[in-house]
Design a protein around this ligand. Structure first.
Ligand code: CDP
Length: 208
């Protein structure tokens, strides 16, 4: 079974996807970590994430054993990732790994922006997780504050708006709900309620 989970920044899809994977006994891949890791490697080499050639080279040489690096969740890395995620050639370099992961015999849950539309169009279940900008900004603000970052609510909201715009407006695999995906708006849901709603939708889609 393959479950595709997409949605905008800070929609809570990562937390949900991890719990969904544990619930169904599937492997989990946070595909955002691939783009974040490429951004990390480009920046570590002293190059610019706006340089498509450097970004493609970093994507080609990505060491997948470094995807759980805590630095990937640091402030600014998501922003940098979304800049190089616009390049079709970068996305192409990361495609094979994602498809191989999805093809694991035990099945998999993948979350990102283009899983239901481009990476796994034939997934058994597709969810599009969203929440209002205000609520997503509130969640990310608390996450960053807890991580010791000195951020303002207004600044975080602005960052999320910019990232949504960049992810939705790009030509290469933009953030978009697949036609056969089910929408889950978690604005008024806590994690437990969102999880139960997601499982109900997946069970319905897979005929369980
Ligand atoms: O956790 P959060 O929602 O903030 O971001 P993420 O899922 O880690 O993704 C970081 C950035 O990588 C996104 O803003 C996208 O630009 C890019 N990304 C993508 O283009 N395609 C994916 N399948 C996953 C992430």
């Amino acid at each position: 079974m393959i479950i595709a989970i997409d949605g905008p920044a800070a929609s809570g899809k990562g937390t949900l996807a991890r719990r969904i994977a544990a619930h169904y006994g599937l492997d989990y891949l946070d595909t955002g970590s691939l783009y974040r890791a490429v951004a990390r490697d480009v920046m570590a080499a002293g190059d610019s994430v706006c340089d498509p050639e450097r970004a493609v080279a970093a994507a080609r040489n990505l060491d997948e054993s470094t995807l759980d690096d805590p630095f990937l969740r640091e402030r600014g890395v998501g922003e940098a990732a979304s800049i190089l995620a616009r390049y079709e050639a970068v996305r192409h370099e990361l495609l094979a790994y994602q498809r191989r992961f999805a093809g694991r015999p035990q099945g998999a849950v993948l979350d990102g922006r283009d899983i239901g539309t481009a990476i796994c169009p034939g997934a058994d279940a597709k969810l599009f997780i969203t929440a209002s900008v205000e609520e997503r900004a509130r969640r990310r603000y608390h996450e960053l504050r807890a991580g010791g970052f000195d951020v303002t609510r207004e600044g975080v909201r602005e960052e999320i708006r910019n990232r949504d715009r960049r992810d939705q407006d790009r030509a290469a695999s933009p953030l978009k709900m697949a036609e056969d995906a089910r929408l889950l708006d978690t604005t008024d849901f806590d994690i437990e309620t969102a999880f139960r709603a997601a499982v109900a939708l997946i069970d319905e889609m897979t005929g369980r």
